[in-house]
Design a protein around this ligand. Structure first.
Ligand code: URA
Length: 281
């Protein structure tokens, strides 16, 4: 059966991915992943050059250049199922480094609205990842993406925190919010339990990205702006887009710069001493 007609490898118009409408090489290897398609052009405003590439359903993609570095963005939609499609199809067209940029609910007393949380790992309650690996398999971020995000936050003088996130498959009940009519669902105490475990934040896409990237041998990471302070019960979404745009551009640029250092040194992995080797004593 020719590739175009195989049910287990759906595509449209020849080699285009069925959902994302992208072909091999359409985007740069490093791709920023907001959830919201409306956020893609907002991220791209930060770049020096930007071109719209494709748009279908919840998936909008753009590519461009930031400080001489190729950069791209593609929305994932909300939650594990649409994110699973995005990561698969982006990997299929040559993307190898994935940086989620989202919004989140902060759980700890020391995290405030406007702060950034960089995930070192995420609890896998995303729903989609369960079909890929047993629950015991960790959703861990690439340390190289974590380092790029830290460096970007430092350069931009953002307040940021590192730690374990929790990815869930619902915005209301799974995040201990009353749903319609005050119905409380089965996870009403989850926020308190996660806070006691030191978990930093609740959101809906990170674990899917990290799990799939680890399994596929790709790099995944995530940084989210706190718009819901679940400790003080505050909701402040304003300004999140602009912060994510600056952070995404800086992080992609930094990751690529670190890759260049590795290549020049003939190293497989990035480490900070590549900038200035430590003298032997
Ligand atoms: N996204 C979430 O999933 N939860 C929040 O509280 C805020 C953003």
């Amino acid at each position: 059966m020719s590739g175009e007609f195989q049910a287990d490898r759906p595509s449209t118009h020849g080699d285009q991915q069925y959902h994302l409408h992208l072909s091999q090489g359409d985007l740069s290897p490093t791709v920023l992943l907001p959830g919201d398609p409306a956020r893609v052009p907002v991220l791209a405003r930060e770049w020096d050059e930007a071109t719209a590439v494709a748009e279908n359903r919840e998936y909008r993609s753009m590519r461009g250049v930031f400080h001489g570095t190729p950069i791209s963005a593609c929305s994932t939609g909300i939650g594990g199922p649409s994110t699973e499609i995005a990561v698969n199809e982006l990997a299929a067209v040559g993307c190898d480094s994935f940086i989620r940029l989202g919004t989140t609910g902060g759980l700890q007393e020391h995290t405030r609205c406007g702060d950034i949380i960089i995930s070192t790992a995420s609890i896998r309650w995303d729903g989609a990842g369960v079909s890929y690996a047993p629950d015991a398999y960790p959703a861990a971020a690439s340390y190289e993406v974590i380092l790029a995000l830290i460096e970007a936050c430092e350069r931009l003088a953002l307040t940021y925190h590192l730690g374990v996130s929790a990815t869930v498959a619902s915005f209301y009940a799974a995040q201990s919010r009353p749903s319609y009519g005050g119905y409380n669902g089965r996870d009403a105490t989850r926020v308190d339990e996660l806070r006691a475990m030191g978990v930093m934040n609740l959101e809906m896409e990170t674990a899917t990205i990290l799990t799939l990237c680890s399994l596929f041998g790709l790099r995944g990471g995530a940084a989210c702006v706190v718009i819901a302070d679940r400790y003080r019960n505050e909701w402040r979404p304003e300004g999140a887009d602009e912060v994510l745009a600056m952070l995404g551009a800086e992080a992609a640029f930094t990751l690529t710069a670190h890759d260049t250092l590795k290549r020049r040194a003939g190293k497989r992995w990035y480490f900070p001493a590549l900038h200035a080797p430590v003298a032997q004593t």
